[in-house]
Design a protein around this ligand. Structure first.
Ligand code: HXC
Length: 260
């Protein structure tokens, strides 16, 4: 598959990297780019040789937001009629394998939202996050008000969304939005690839189950969440990889996963 606005590579065993590649517009997210991103993710999700994905941009910009020039002329009927932005949710709603975002440079508006949709967020200390929609007369539209609030708390998220003030990668880490922070863009991408490689080395069925149960914690109360976790845990006793993993431990061997 060849793409115009993204680059897809496999820099490590079992790891796919998607780089947003619309440099002239600082990776502003317009429909053709999102369509390509969804196509790539869908095919990588089905690819048995891939265990985890890294999503990144350039050193200058992860993504400077939804494309303001594409949005500017839209009327309510266009937005509502075509359910504008709905196809952005495909990443979160349908992809079963873990995606790590490696954020360098600007991650503003829809860029920040795209980074937060990923399963793990890594960033460079100097990355520039923000939800500046208020300055454009609108509000976050791709989950920013929900995900940022869950990640860093209501008061802080409210302040950022109401003022449109940016925050740094270091702050994103200090506040718990980012799992790790790095000194340089290169280290950020390498760190994401390292983690993706570790994940890709485990049983795919167990990895998928981990992602599913952690994500459920965002939707369910503690009691139902723990019960859901236990059911999925029970289900894994029907997998070959559970037998392989536990037998390998007892025999002091490295597990050779069958992913079944
Ligand atoms: C369209 C954009 C863009 C965007 C940058 N560009 N961001 N085009 N949509 N979001 C374009 C510029 O128009 C310019 O094109 C080129 O990229 C380079 O940008 P500059 O502004 O010249 O670069 P710089 O001076 O370095 O400033 C970087 C910046 C600034 C601070 C990131 O570009 C900026 O403020 N961008 C907008 C950020 C923003 O408001 N994002 C939220 C969008 S709303 P030309 O052709 O002039 O060279 C949003 C809503 C989400 O995301 C809701 C649902 C998804």
């Amino acid at each position: 598959q060849s793409f115009e606005y993204i680059k897809v590579s496999t820099p490590r065993t079992g790891v796919a990297m998607i780089e947003l590649n619309r440099p002239k517009a600082l990776n502003a997210l317009f429909t053709p780019l999102i369509v390509e991103l969804n196509k790539a993710l869908e095919s990588l999700d089905k690819d048995p040789s891939i265990g985890a994905m890294v999503l990144t941009g350039s050193e200058k910009a992860f993504a400077a937001g939804a494309d303001i020039k594409e949005m500017a002329p839209k009327e309510f009927a266009d937005a509502y009629g075509a359910d504008f932005i709905e196809n952005w949710s495909q990443l979160y709603n349908t992809i079963k394998k873990p995606i790590i975002s490696a954020v360098n440079g600007h991650a503003l508006g829809g860029g920040c939202e795209l980074a937060m949709m990923c399963d793990i967020l890594y960033c460079n200390a100097k990355a520039n996050f923000g939800q500046p929609e208020i300055k454009l007369g609108v509000i976050p539209g791709a989950g920013g008000s929900q995900r940022l609030t869950r990640a860093i708390g209501k008061s802080r998220a409210m302040e950022l969304i109401l003022t449109g003030k940016n925050f740094s990668g270091q702050e994103a880490f200090d506040w718990g939005l980012a799992a790790r922070v790095f000194e340089t863009p290169e280290k950020c991408v390498e760190g994401a690839l390292d983690t993706a490689e570790t994940i890709a080395g485990y049983s795919k069925i167990a990895v998928k189950a981990c992602k599913e149960v952690v994500n459920k914690s965002q939707d369910l109360g503690i009691r139902e969440g723990v019960e859901f976790e236990r059911r999925v845990f029970h289900g894994l006793f029907g997998s070959e990889d559970q037998k392989i993993g536990m037998k390998a431990f007892a025999e002091k061997q490295k597990a050779q996963w069958k992913h079944r």
